[in-house]
Design a binder for this molecule. Structure first.
Ligand code: GLP
Length: 244
């Protein structure tokens, strides 16, 4: 779907998430959400906070799994995704702390493999993701599944692309300060979500959106794997859709 502005598009995505949360509440079940960071989802989260305040949307039954975290990364560091999620969503809604999961950037190397397997196991224990929100990197990454990631890739430690690190350099105050790796949910668990919504705003995303949506399904554009998902929407503003 294409909306005139990112604001309208974000509101539509937030409304879908809110409807899912309410439906699950009525069924007495948790809503299991896969969440993303980056600038794109900020307005979606802002709208969810507004719905919480103005319409009493409750997050008591919401369980979340974030896509990724830099490695290494301390949770209280300025650039951590733990901090991001607290600042832009969790601190402003009634989600219980034990309900949200964000990959741990503080683990020692030897522990990461097992930790990643457990991260996926936790998702499965909750019945899998009902909804996965995704942004897209300029190189076509989803989460931090960089080009070359296999369709069946699992949650793992990933070496970041140069493009990704350059795009993050501003946040870190210089390229050399950007971590070289990240822990990311794999492509496989992302594709196993019952519903996937990828969002992108702005002209700088138009080229990669065209490749992801209209191009062949290729490892060099991990977002193109979404073409094979049975319940996916790509939600864009007019600029991001300008090359379609
Ligand atoms: C980071 C995140 C991705 C996100 C991407 C795009 O690399 N790990 O999940 O999709 O940035 O960021 P933005 O939304 O700021 O363009």
């Amino acid at each position: 779907s294409v909306y005139g502005t990112a604001d309208e598009a974000s509101a539509a995505v937030a409304n879908e998430i809110a409807a899912l949360i309410r439906q699950k509440q009525q069924e007495g079940k948790p809503a299991v959400l896969g969440l993303a960071t980056g600038s794109s989802p900020k307005k979606v989260y802002a709208e969810l906070i507004r719905l919480h305040r103005k319409e009493g949307l409750s997050f008591q039954n919401v369980i979340t799994f974030n896509l990724d975290e830099y490695y290494p990364m301390q949770p209280d560091a300025l650039q951590s995704y733990v901090r991001f999620m607290k600042e832009f969503l969790f601190d402003h809604v009634d989600i219980p702390v034990q309900n949200y999961h964000i990959p741990d950037g503080t683990l020692s190397m030897e522990k990461i493999r097992e930790y990643c397997m457990d991260y996926e196991k936790q998702m499965e224990l909750h019945g899998g993701l009902d909804f996965q929100l995704l942004g897209i990197g300029r190189n076509g990454h989803i989460g931090f599944n960089e080009p070359g990631s296999h369709e069946n890739s699992r949650t793992r430690l990933m070496t970041l692309d140069q493009t990704t690190r350059v795009d993050a350099a501003m946040d870190f105050g210089g390229l050399s300060k950007v971590p070289r790796r990240a822990i990311t949910m794999g492509v496989l668990p992302i594709l196993q979500a019952k519903r996937v919504v990828l969002i992108a705003w702005g002209e700088h995303k138009a080229g990669i959106i065209k490749q992801a949506v209209e191009g062949p399904v290729v490892e060099s554009v991990p977002a193109s794997y979404l073409q094979g998902h049975h319940n996916v929407s790509v939600v864009l503003d007019e600029s991001a859709a300008s090359e379609l």
